[in-house]
Design a protein around this ligand. Structure first.
Ligand SMILES: NC(=O)c1ccc[n+]([C@@H]2O[C@H](COP(=O)([O-])OP(=O)(O)OC[C@H]3O[C@@H](n4cnc5c(N)ncnc54)[C@H](O)[C@@H]3O)[C@@H](O)[C@H]2O)c1
Ligand SMILES: *[C@@H]1O[C@H](CO)[C@@H](O)[C@H](O)[C@H]1NC(C)=O
Ligand SMILES: *[C@@H]1O[C@H](CO)[C@@H](O)[C@H](O)[C@H]1NC(C)=O
Length: 284
C-alpha cells in the first residue's frame, strides 16, 4: 500500500521493541514519532538507534530498505509529550511494559487524543486483545501486532484482532507490515499464546515429556531440532511438510487428512493419546 508511504506512525514506549519497531518503520519510509513517559528516554533511544544501530548497519551493508542511514534518521523524532507524539499519526504501535494495567491506561489516554480513524496497535506478547483494549471506547480500530524479537531480523508479525476489530483495520495493518518488509500472519480470533507460542509450547511440552520419561537426553532432544526438524522448518511449515510427504506427488494433503482421520479413529478405540498419532504419517 504505497499510499501509506511518508505517513506518520507513533511508537509509544522506547525500550527494546519500541526502538526496533521504529527502525523497521523508518526503513520502509514512514515517519516515526517515538514517545516514552520517562523524560529523556525517547531522545536517548534515538541516539542509540542512530549511532549504534543504523550507522553500523549501513557500514555492514545490512541496513534494511531503500533509503540511506541519513535519510532514515531524518524520518525519526522523539517526544516527551504524548499529544505532540500523536500529531498526524495514522497508526500507533504501543510498546510499553508487558503489564495489563499499563497498556489499558496507555490506550485509554491515546484514544482521547486521536481521531476515530487512527489504528491502535499493541506489541503485547501474551495479553489478550479483549483485555488490552477494554478501556477503549471504539474497539473496532484496535489490533495486536505481535513482533518476534528482534523484529529487525525476524520478520514474522502475528496480527490478532479484538472480537470487534474491523476487517479493514486488519487489512491496513497487514499492508503496512508487508510494505515495511515484515511477514504478517492473520489470526482469525484471539487465543491464548497466539499461534507462535502455542506451536512453540507444544514442541517444548513433548520434548520435556521425552526427557522426563527417560527416552532421550536433553542434549539429544535439542539435536533432534537443531540438526533435523529445525532445518526443514526454516523453509517449509508443518502443513506443507505433510503435503510433500504424500506418495507419488498426488494431492497429498487430502491423503494426509484421510490417513490422520483413520489413525485418530483407531486411536480412539484403543484409547491412545491422539497427539502421538501424527507419528504414523511418517514425517521423517
Ligand atoms: N522483548 C521481547 O522479546 C518482546 C518480543 C515481542 C513483544 N514484546 C512486547 O513488547 C512490549 C515492550 O517490550 P520491551 O522488551 O521493549 O520492554 P522494555 O522494558 O525494553 O521497554 C518498555 C519501555 O516502555 C516505557 N514505558 C512504560 N510505561 C510507559 C507509558 N505509560 N508510556 C510510555 N512509555 C512507557 C518504558 O520507559 C520503557 O522504555 C511488551 O509488551 C512485550 O511483551 C517484547
Ligand atoms: C524498495 O524498492 C523496491 C523497488 O522499487 C520496492 O519493491 C520495495 O518495496 C522497496 N522496499 C521498501 C522497504 O520500501
Ligand atoms: C470507530 O472506528 C472506526 C475505525 O476507525 C470508524 O470507522 C468508526 O466511525 C468509529 N465509530 C465511531 C462510533 O466513532
Amino acid at each position: 500500500m504505497s499510499s501509506l508511504k511518508g505517513k506518520i506512525i507513533t511508537v509509544v514506549g522506547s525500550g527494546l521493541i519500541g526502538r526496533s519497531w521504529a527502525m523497521v518503520f523508518m526503513s520502509g519510509g514512514y515517519m516515526v514519532n517515538i514517545y516514552d513517559n520517562i523524560p529523556g528516554q525517547a531522545s536517548g533511544a534515538i541516539t542509540e538507534i542512530s549511532r549504534k544501530q543504523i550507522e553500523e548497519l549501513q557500514q555492514a551493508k545490512m541496513l534494511r530498505g531503500n533509503l540511506t542511514a541519513a535519510e532514515q534518521l531524518s524520518l525519526l523524532s522523539s517526544h516527551d509529550d504524548l499529544l505532540q507524539a500523536l500529531e498526524g499519526a495514522f497508526f500507533v504501535q504501543e510498546c510499553v511494559f508487558e503489564d495489563l494495567e499499563a497498556k489499558q491506561t496507555v490506550f485509554h489516554e491515546v484514544e482521547n487524543l486521536v481521531t476515530e480513524s487512527v489504528i491502535l496497535s499493541s506489541s503485547t506478547s501474551c495479553l489478550m486483545p479483549s483485555n488490552v483494549f477494554s478501556r477503549v471506547q471504539n474497539r473496532t480500530r484496535c489490533i495486536i501486532s505481535h513482533p518476534v524479537n528482534p523484529p529487525y531480523y525476524v520478520r514474522l508479525v502475528e496480527l490478532v484482532p479484538h472480537p470487534e476489530t474491523l476487517p479493514a483495520v486488519m487489512d491496513v495493518a497487514y499492508s503496512l507490515m508487508t510494505d515495511v518488509g515484515q511477514a504478517p500472519v492473520r489470526l482469525r480470533k484471539e487465543i491464548d499464546g497466539f499461534a507462535l507460542n502455542r506451536v512453540q509450547y507444544a514442541i517444548i511440552a513433548e520434548s520435556w515429556r521425552l526427557v522426563q520419561d527417560g527416552v532421550i537426553s536433553v542434549k539429544d532432544i535439542d539435536l533432534v531440532m537443531s540438526e533435523g526438524l529445525g532445518m526443514r522448518y526454516a523453509f517449509i511449515g508443518p502443513i506443507e511438510t505433510m503435503h510433500l510427504n504424500a506418495p507419488e506427488g498426488k494431492f497429498c494433503f487430502h491423503y494426509a487428512c484421510k490417513k490422520i482421520g483413520a489413525v485418530l479413529g483407531a486411536a480412539k478405540k484403543q484409547s491412545v493419546k491422539t497427539s502421538y498419532c501424527f507419528d504414523y504419517i511418517h514425517l521423517t
